[in-house]
Design a protein around this ligand. Structure first.
Ligand code: GAP
Length: 458
């Protein structure tokens, strides 16, 4: 089973490269730090996920507004939020091969024990259990020590270290007052942001699951500290599960994991992860944390500025509490890839690989083919249809190779509909439409194409 699962991951990685979704970055220089580029279809897929998220959590919500804050913030913000001192991972070096590892991961994989934060205990177990280095197989470890996960950089106009943001949340808290003052937000309300975050992970692994540069989609949802928050917390968990379903995840592949009280992050009162059954097993996809008033209070203390909300109805002033639903974009994309990946045996004994993305996520919605490349009338007609449809949908024109190969290519990038212009088209003004999932074909009049696709795709 485990082998089969790893196999699936290898197949996804290979298809992602072969079909232009995701490339290992800096490959011509031998690669770099397990980082990736999103290729043409990966970029479309990613944008479609962002659009879906924005529509669900900003456009369709009266109580949530958007923000696009900077990656570089005043470093005092990361001191106040506790990141400069508390945002650490436990590191162990192999003395033999000099490779570095997450000590908590080594211990957990070997013993099943979760010793997060207990550095001495981890050092002891690495030694006593003679845990082997995954790289060279020896067991000769340094003491386990904490290492800060923020990337440092510097600014010519600033004296001191500057950090690449390790989460998008920071800017939201810093703009809390500006949003309250400029918008007519009434509590409870949320501020949403999508953007890059950077973490100096000791080991990047599992393809785009754990990388050092990634994107988050986060909401800080501000609530009255006196209201019962448990129901809202549950509502947000359900919404996060709904979003996972929208990515194509089946219910059986989604589960919740509540963090033990003593293991909570420095800011959290309660945290629940939404986990997904990735090809390498269940792991964190999204998180929901009750951050209390930690951030607003700390930023207020450090900056000397009041970060409060005035409720005119009840004539009271208070520091709101915060529920934080956070969504990893790269992990969402991995869910979309993993859920969509399908191998099918066909009646003629052949096999096809098809990415059964939910239609709204498919990078290309419609592919248009002239049956033959060397028949100018067919090519011209197909171009005309392409030019008409491309203003509505991401379309692709393809006149390369036989039709079977062109279908196979579109199946592998998950295109829901392929249109073929053939000789009958010139006589009857209709085209063949082939459905990705059923592979059934039907004739549709060219003048009805827009309506037909609209119904199917919107
Ligand atoms: N603001 C809260 C916060 O950042 P987190 O659980 O540390 O919480 C949120 O991160 C989400 O960001 C995770 O659920 C995951 O989807 C994504 N994420 C975190 N580290 C990541 C990494 N190294 N690579 C890819 N995605 C990551």
């Amino acid at each position: 089973m485990a082998k089969e699962k790893n196999n699936k991951m290898e197949k996804i990685v290979s298809l992602s490269k072969r079909r232009g979704f995701i490339f290992p970055s800096s490959e011509i220089y031998g690669g770099f730090a397990n980082s990736y580029s999103y290729g043409p279809y990966g970029r479309e897929l990613k944008n479609n996920i962002k659009d879906l998220w924005w529509k669900m959590f900003v456009q369709e919500r009266i109580d949530i507004v958007g923000l696009d804050g900077p990656i570089l913030l005043n470093p005092r913000a990361w001191e106040a939020s506790g990141h400069t001192t508390g945002f650490n991972d436990a590191l162990a070096d192999c003395r033999k091969c000099k490779k570095r590892f997450r000590a908590d991961h080594l211990v957990e994989e070997a013993t099943g024990k979760d010793l997060e934060g207990q550095l001495e205990e981890m050092t002891k177990i690495l030694k006593e259990e003679k845990i082997k280095c995954p790289e060279c197989g020896k067991s000769d470890w340094t003491e386990v020590r904490n290492i800060n996960m923020m990337f440092k950089t510097n600014m010519n106009s600033f004296d001191g270290d500057v950090y690449l943001r390790p989460e998008t949340a920071g800017a939201i808290f810093l703009e809390f007052k500006n949003v309250v003052d400029s918008m007519r937000v009434k509590i409870p309300f949320g501020i949403a942001q999508i953007g890059k975050a950077f973490r100096n992970e000791i080991v990047a692994r599992n393809f785009i699951f754990r990388v050092r540069e990634f994107e988050q989609m986060e909401i800080e949802y501000f609530i009255d500290p006196e209201v019962k928050w448990e129901d809202l917390f549950e509502e947000w968990l359900k919404l996060q599960e709904d979003f996972a379903s929208e990515l194509g995840a089946k219910d059986k592949n989604i589960r919740r994991y509540e963090h033990a009280k003593e293991k909570l992050s420095h800011y959290s009162q309660k945290t629940v992860d939404i986990e997904y059954n990735f090809p390498f097993g269940f792991a964190e996809l999204f998180g929901l944390a009750h951050r209390g008033d930690f951030d607003l209070k700390e930023h207020s203390k450090a900056s000397g500025k009041k970060l409060e909300y005035f409720d005119p109805q009840n004539n009271k002033r208070f520091v709101p509490h915060v529920l934080e639903p956070t969504f990893g974009l790269d992990r969402s994309l991995l869910v979309a890839l993993s859920s969509a990946y399908t191998e099918e045996k066909l009646e003629d004994g052949s096999e096809r690989i098809v990415m059964k993305f939910p239609k709204k996520l498919a990078p290309i919605k419609v592919a248009i083919f002239p049956l033959l490349k060397n028949k100018p009338k067919l090519v011209e007609k197909a171009r005309e249809i392409y030019d008409n449809l491309k203003t509505e949908y991401m379309c692709e024109f393809d006149d390369n190779g036989n039709i079977g190969k062109r279908y196979r290519r579109q199946d592998e990038i998950g295109t829901p509909y392929c249109l073929t212009v053939d000789f009958d088209t010139l006589e009857q003004d209709d085209v063949t439409i082939r459905d990705r999932d059923t592979m059934k074909q039907k004739r549709v009049k060219i003048k009805e194409l827009n309506d037909y696709l609209n119904k199917k795709l919107k």
